[in-house]
Structures are given as C-alpha cells and as structure tokens.
Design a protein around this ligand. Sequence first.
Ligand SMILES: CC(C)(COP(=O)(O)OP(=O)(O)OC[C@H]1O[C@@H](n2cnc3c(N)ncnc32)[C@H](O)[C@@H]1OP(=O)(O)O)[C@@H](O)C(=O)NCCC(=O)NCCS
Length: 338
Amino acid sequence: MDNLIEQRPPTYHAVIAGYGSFAPEKTITNDDLAEMVDTTDEWITTRTGIKVRHITTDNETTALLAIKAAKRALAEAKLDAKEIELIIVATITPEMVFPSTASFVQLALDAKKAWAFDLAAACSGFIYGLSIVRQFIESGQIKNALVVGAETLTKITNWKDRTSCILFGDGAGAFVLERADKNNRRGIMYSTMFSDPTRWDALNCQAYGSRYPVGKKLDNPEKIYMQIKGRQVYQQAIRRIVETVTECLEKCNLTLDDIAMVISHQMNARIIESAAKRLKLPDEKVFLNIAEYGNTSAASVPIAFDECVRKGRVKRGDIVILVAFGAGLTWAANVIEF
Ligand SMILES: CC(C)(COP(=O)(O)OP(=O)(O)OC[C@H]1O[C@@H](n2cnc3c(N)ncnc32)[C@H](O)[C@@H]1OP(=O)(O)O)[C@@H](O)C(=O)NCCC(=O)NCCS
C-alpha cells in the first residue's frame, strides 16, 4: 500500500501562465442595426447594455481569430508553440465541419508536440475547457495546454431578426496553462460544470448537422441561423449564475471579501447585474465589457479576463471566479488564483 502511494503521480497545480484576446477590426453599432431592423439604440442599450460589436469580414474565420488570440497568450506566457502539449478550441462556429478548428490552430502555430480537439459547449465552452485541462495537468499527464474560446457568431446571425441580431459579436480569447509545483500559486482551485438538455430548443442552430443535412430541404429556411428564445433563457441565466458562484464560494471556503472579481460570460448586462445584486457583489467586483463586444459565446470570458487584467482590475495573486451560462443549456465556473 505504501508503495502504491509512493507511485502515485505528484499533485500539481494548473496556473494561468499567459492570456490574450483578439477581436476583428470591423464593428457594427446599434445605430447601424437600427437601419437594418425595427430597433433603436435606446432599446438595445437599456435591455442589453450593448453599444457595439466586432464582426468578421468574409475573409476572417474562426481559426484566424483563435490563432491571433493564441499567439498573444503564448507571448505573454513566454512559451514556444513547439512546446504545447494540448490544444482545445471551444467553439460553436467552427472553421468547418471537420477537421477541428483546433487542428488549424495547431497547424498555424506549428505545435508539433500537441494533440488538439474542439469542444462544443456554447458559451460555457471555455470554462469546460479549463476544467478538462486542469485534470490533465493536476494528474501530471501534461505540462501545459492552450485553451482558446473563438467564435464567429455573426456568420450564423439572421440580420432580419431583431430579437437575435442585436446580441452577438465575433472574437477570441486564449489562456496558456502550465503545471506548477503545488507550493506555488494555486491556479485553478475549483471547477464545476452542469448541463440541462431539456431546454435545448431555447438556443440553437439546426442546419446543417445530421438532422438537417445539406441537400435536405429545410421545413423552415430560418434554421440556417441561430434561433433564440431570449425571455426563456433570461431568468435561467440569472438563477444558474447565482447558484454556481454560491457553490464556488462554499466549496472553496471563501467569502466575497476574498474574491477580487467575478468575470461572467457577457450575455446581457442586465442579467449580470441582477445576478450580482442577488449575490450582494459590490460593483467593483463585477467586470462588464459587453458594451463593446456583445455576446461572443465561448470567447467572452477569456476576452473579459484579458481586458480586466490589462486594465489593472485583476492582479497576480488575486482570486477570481469565471462563470458562464449558455446553449445546451450549459453552465459552469472555475475559481482561479491568478
Ligand atoms: C433578448 C433579450 C434582450 C430581450 O429582452 P426582453 O426584455 O426579454 O424583451 P422581450 O423578449 O420580452 O421583448 C419585449 C418587446 O420588445 C420587442 N423587441 C424584441 N427585440 C427588439 C429589438 N431589437 N428592438 C426593439 N424591440 C424589440 C419584442 O418584440 C417585445 O415586443 P412586444 O412586447 O410588443 O411583444 C433578453 O431576453 C435576453 O438578453 N435574453 C437572453 C439572451 C440569450 O439567450 N443569450 C444567449 C445565451 S447566453
């Protein structure tokens, strides 16, 4: 028995060595949208907090955004891409049906040592990805990993549907995670993930998977675009964020005083503010950048984290909670000592 214990791999921590983000240059404002659908800047601002979103041109793809964000995170981590052991790209708007977007990131980075795959958990994808990487690093199986959240949601947006086209934008964010001795920073301290498939129809894009393959006539031509039932999702999002953050605090034996920032998926400023109010989180511990990006799904948390650090609102050693909610439905959180 003693011998078995000795043979166990040592425990490591998965720490954030680098972070970075990228958003396409082209933007679309609320006033631009008001020329396309029956809406106003005032309606969008008060109901969502969004003012502008970045959108890709025809030549800009999900892998391109992912590669730009990944390069920034690698530079920050001072890690040579040739040393990366695992690449996960969280996305619901992949480069193509297959191979994975992660394969294209691996190719562009010439990351020969890595294995790579995509993760489809919508807005929770990046948080799921961190949780997976944590397991591989803590078990001693890998020394580092690159996790990217990258989306081009505007390519599946119905620009004639005012209930959805106002919400989404494109972008990418990335973390480099590295193995650290357990006596160093704690890195990812706690992870929690959930999904509820009974509400899958609240948020989806049905064409062109195996249910509606290319070549089969769609019963509704709108199925090539994202469909959302925003009202149904709204209350769920608030409830799940509150539950998940509360669980994180309890399981890690932390109080709000111990937390420097809660960085939520940016889906709607009103949802985030309502959740924060219920959690009794002071304003300075809630990061919001939805005004400039809209909802970028899996890219939203790493973009927000990158901005938060660059603005000096989170510093090395701080404890932050990353939390997301989205299609699936899925929701998840990680507690991180940065
Ligand atoms: C989409 C969302 C902003 C809508 O806000 P809301 O306050 O719930 O608004 P409602 O859907 O109840 O619509 C209220 C009215 O505004 C109208 N409306 C909808 N979109 C509009 C727009 N862009 N401009 C003006 N009016 C609009 C509706 O038609 C409705 O009119 P009615 O009362 O005459 O029927 C909000 O529900 C939301 O953010 N939900 C979550 C979004 C989501 O699912 N994100 C992805 C997952 S993370």
